[in-house]
Ligand binder design. Structure first.
Ligand SMILES: Cc1cc2nc3c(=O)[nH]c(=O)nc-3n(C[C@H](O)[C@H](O)[C@H](O)COP(=O)(O)OP(=O)(O)OC[C@H]3O[C@@H](n4cnc5c(N)ncnc54)[C@H](O)[C@@H]3O)c2cc1C
Length: 104
């Protein structure tokens, strides 16, 4: 998305502390005290978005019951033919309640 926007639209290296919007646009206050005015503010500040909290007071993330375990293993510890079978292509194995993926 960043590559598709004019450079002056993106402010790196500082956080948005606050914003106010009305029918004319949005006023943004940064943590260094500077301000900016814009037609829109894109809140891409992650899962714990401060801006979303301000826009939707009371919103809380909820646990979706997904748990993922990740690991990296030394291929040398495994039978080479088995490793080749799993990793020649991306492998996806799915059954109820489980998902196994392997990337080459
Ligand atoms: C350990 C781990 C492994 C993951 N692995 C994968 C994977 O393999 N594949 C996959 O698709 N996803 C993976 N994810 C999920 C993926 O990282 C997130 O879904 C994705 O990064 C979310 O992108 P985002 O741009 O919404 O937020 P983020 O990547 O969190 O970016 C938010 C940005 O906003 C900045 N920011 C925060 N507050 C402010 C503020 N007030 N003002 C200005 N800037 C602010 C932050 O510094 C950060 O740079 C993984 C996540 C974790 C934690």
């Amino acid at each position: 998305m960043g590559r598709g926007l004019p450079t002056q639209c993106i402010h790196y290296g500082r956080e948005v502390r606050d914003f106010e919007q009305d029918e004319l646009g949005v006023d943004v206050l940064f943590d260094d005290g500077q301000t900016a005015q814009a037609d829109i503010l894109i809140a891409a500040d992650g899962t714990g978005s401060r801006l979303r909290s301000q826009l939707f007071p009371g919103y809380e993330s909820s646990f979706a019951d997904y748990i993922a375990w990740r690991g990296i293993v030394d291929e040398a510890l495994f039978n080479a033919a088995d490793v080749a079978n799993i990793t020649e292509n991306m492998t996806l194995h799915k059954q109820p309640g489980e998902l196994f993926m392997a990337f080459p």
